[in-house]
Design a protein around this ligand. Structure first.
Ligand code: AMP
Ligand code: GLY
Length: 421
């Protein structure tokens, strides 16, 4: 098969790496990709949201399957367009992807179908939202309806902070049309878990879950980022918890989407809050997580191409999806200054000095003047991943190796998957 992967993050590098292990794959392409995907596939210089050019190239190259990584092309209808041209595509359709691209839609769905989630009210009028927030007790959560690249949620510790977020979203229009509607949501406490399940629209099969570290600095301090590290499985997860998440959240959601005429095909990512026995949805995403993909796909034993084909053919019920019991830890190396401003074009040294069993997934990287020179090209630069029998073992391997990779200003958290005994 000829497969094209759309996207340029470490998530997409991991997807390409996993697909490359399938005996079904003959040619692999990534659009636009990075220096990592360039080593194991052919990069195509097409933006992930340029649906027309992607479709044209897929036709020219007679691509058999397109796999879409990020949310933006999904929300713009890449799957609908490619499938209308007869190109099999893995990902949620535009209407199905609204489970991520419209928090107003996903909240209404959860409320209608009794899927456990935080209580919330949505507003399109600033004055009304302000009045409502003033009546709340902190903490309170302010969320923009639309896609905002991680900037659409403010967990406000005080009412003043909540009001400031409202003003930013609804008056100053900092997020543009993404905040035409805003949700004011109940604060949930607990531990967060990223839960992944595949669906062909009817059948739902769980994958392993993971935890993401969103703040830039150790101890969960500093601003939010796209994710600074991840590990799988979560230390607090149990078979009973996984079952509960499947039965009360994932299965009913897939059923609800089918009933709403938006059959969900692809991978559904539930951002869940776990508190003792309770599991509630914080948000849904219509795709694999980043950096979670970097720690869940290495654990997957089943051929990813076969899973994807089963989903596209509506035959997921015949599929057995297996993952290893080995655990996985991934640490993100970021550019100095990220998530604020940072320099790019800095040479990365030591990429080949890591142990053979260490996986280095690229995000913001590009090939330099010579094919063997790799330069930084973004905020999140690499995810360094190790597997082990225990979290402590995987963690030790990651940190021993990450120190061999160097670039000026490199920053990474030292406390990913660190648990005090
Ligand atoms: P979301 O994009 O909805 O996942 O929100 C981003 C982050 O904000 C989540 O990963 C949580 O850490 C936090 N968050 C979102 N909603 C809530 C909530 N209702 N209560 C507490 N924290 C939340
Ligand atoms: N790990 C967060 C995300 O992928 O949205």
């Amino acid at each position: 098969m000829k497969i094209l992967v759309v996207g340029n993050g470490a998530r997409e590098h991991t997807i390409v790496w996993k697909l490359s292990q399938s005996t079904k794959v003959k040619e692999l392409y990534t659009a636009p990709g990075n220096a990592g995907t360039a080593r194991i596939s052919q990069n195509l210089d097409i933006d992930a949201t340029d649906i027309k050019s992607l479709a044209k190239t897929a036709q020219q190259k007679k691509i058999d399957l397109v796999v879409v990584g990020p949310e933006m092309p999904l929300s713009k209808g890449i799957v609908d367009h490619l499938e209308s041209l007869g190109i099999p595509t893995f990902g949620a359709s535009r209407l199905a992807a609204e489970i991520e691209s419209s928090k107003v839609f996903s909240k209404a769905l959860m409320q209608q179908y009794n899927i456990p989630c935080a209580k919330s009210i949505n507003f399109s009028d600033y004055a009304q939202a302000k009045e409502y927030v003033q009546q709340q007790k902190p903490p309170v959560v302010i969320k923009a309806d639309g896609l905002a690249a991680g900037k659409g949620v403010v967990v406000a510790g005080t009412i003043d902070e909540a009001l400031a977020a409202l003003a930013d979203f609804m008056q100053s229009k900092k997020l543009g049309a993404a905040a035409n509607q805003v949700l004011v949501e109940e604060y949930l406490s607990g531990r967060e878990m990223s839960y992944f399940a595949f669906s062909d629209g009817i059948n739902v099969v769980p994958m392993v879950s993971a935890c993401d570290y969103k703040r830039v600095n150790d101890g969960d301090r500093g601003p939010n980022t796209g994710g600074m590290g991840s590990y799988s499985p979560p230390v607090f997860s149990s078979a009973a918890l996984q079952k509960k998440a499947m039965e009360t959240i994932m299965v009913p959601t897939i059923k609800a989407m089918a009933q709403e005429g938006r059959p969900y095909r692809g991978v559904l990512y539930g951002g869940l809050m776990v508190n003792k026995e309770s599991v509630k949805v914080l948000e849904f995403n219509a795709r694999f997580g980043d950096p979670e993909t970097q720690v869940i796909l290495p654990r997957l034993k089943t051929d990813l191409v076969e899973i994807i084909l089963a989903i596209i053919k509506g035959k997921l019920s015949q599929m057995k999806i297996e993952s290893t019991d080995d655990v996985c830890v991934g640490v993100v190396m970021a550019s100095g200054g990220y998530p604020g401003s940072y320099k790019t074009g800095i040479p990365i040294d030591g990429l080949h000095d890591v142990d053979k069993d260490i996986m280095v997934f690229h995000a913001g990287t590009k090939i330099g003047a010579t094919p063997w020179e790799v330069l930084t090209n973004g905020g999140r630069v690499l995810t360094v991943v190790a597997m082990g029998k225990t979290i402590a073992q995987a963690r030790e391997k990651v940190y021993e190796n990450i120190s061999r990779i160097k670039f000026e200003g490199a920053h990474y958290r030292k406390d990913i998957a660190l648990f005090k005994s």
